[in-house]
Design a protein around this ligand. Structure first.
Ligand SMILES: [Zn+2]
Length: 149
């Protein structure tokens, strides 16, 4: 097992840049895009650098689902505490139930693409890309193809 020294850790600037690109729904590796065909579907490779976005693994997005679950649970915890603190001592329970249900249906869908790009950014920092990640041929996003016609 290779040892990890502080010199091998990514710099704060690289981490910030990678996650900023991910939050803009662009490729965390190069900042290129667009990398989404629809709200939930990615192109197989980054249209600029050619990075295979699933990094050649079946079930790669399990980590993204974990990121999405953590985001939903964080929003839920902040919502519950915030709502109860704001409305205490007599919280309107029916409003609380309805609004919580709606919030818990919207947040996973709204956060879905971000969970994918943030997980990809995290994975690229933990496991830097190798040549194998760029082997697959480039495929352009339909939005780019339409723009050039
Ligand atoms: Zn890229």
């Amino acid at each position: 097992m290779p040892s990890t020294s502080p010199a091998q850790l990514p710099s704060q600037r690289r981490v910030a840049r990678s996650f900023t690109r991910a939050l803009r729904l662009h490729c965390p590796n190069c900042g290129g895009g667009p990398i989404f065909v629809t709200w939930s579907r990615l192109v197989p490779n980054c249209p600029v650098c050619g990075l295979g976005l699933e990094r050649g693994e079946q079930g790669y997005w399990l980590g993204a689902y974990f990121f999405n679950l953590m985001a939903v649970e964080t929003v839920f915890a902040v919502w519950v505490v915030g709502f109860l603190v704001w409305t205490w001592p007599s919280p309107p329970w029916a409003l609380f139930q309805a609004s919580t249900l709606i919030l818990m249906l919207i947040v996973p869908f709204a956060f879905f693409p971000y969970s994918k790009t943030l997980f990809l950014a995290f994975d690229l920092l933990v496991r830097p890309p190798s040549e194998e990640d760029f082997i697959l041929p480039h495929e352009q996003s339909p939005r780019i193809r339409r723009g050039r016609q």
